[in-house]
Design a protein around this ligand. Sequence first.
Ligand SMILES: [Zn+2]
Length: 253
Amino acid sequence: MNINIHAGHNPDGRTACGAIGLLRESTEARRVKDEVIRQLRQLGHTVHDCTCENGKNQTDVLKKIVAACNAHTVDLDVSIHFNAGAKDASGNGTTTGTEAWVYSVTSPAKKYAEAICKAISADGYRNRGVKVNPGLYVLRHTKAPAVLVECCFVDDRDDAERYDCQKMAAAIVYGITGQRAVAQTSGSPAVQETPSANSPAAPAAPQTPDSSGKTLYRVQVIRQYGAFTSRTNAERLRKQLQAEGIDAVIVKA
Ligand SMILES: [Zn+2]
């Protein structure tokens, strides 16, 4: 498929950024967006990142996103957001959940919206379902069928604790394509309180032929650097790796 995707709003720390609760919408939407792009490309799809990082205000952000989207001819526009308004900071044991928006009941994006909600809710979020709103700027002004995904709620502790960037992205990718990408990380889940190693990223795997005899060029970094029971310790190692130029993610096991 040919797909446009963007994270909603300006980045955190700028005007017109997204909702802030236990999670920060702008930051997490960008993490999910990046991971969706990685997985879609791994599956062989063409993806354009239409995220706006420097809008002057909310209207400007929306205009820039739509201009970027409409510069490509695609099968689907995907807008990644996180919801707010649950007001459950302490956690009541139930997620408020996931939903997706489309322009009209007859939009060709509706089947994707339904599949995305179903896939995300399979990871334990309440399925709030597909909603219709012809007034949402991005849905109204994009040329291709568009779906706006509200992954889960930033201000619900149950949603925030369940939230996992890679799983969220995998569910969205599955909803769009019916395909699952290879997981980015693997290795021993053994819990330890020190990093596994300080060695740099693993080298790319050698070229291997596929079943038709064609050479596949794989670029993969699948390596566990550490496993912690403490999120703080995990964050510390992630920051160290980032400082070294390794874009690590924390995966809940
Ligand atoms: Zn939003």
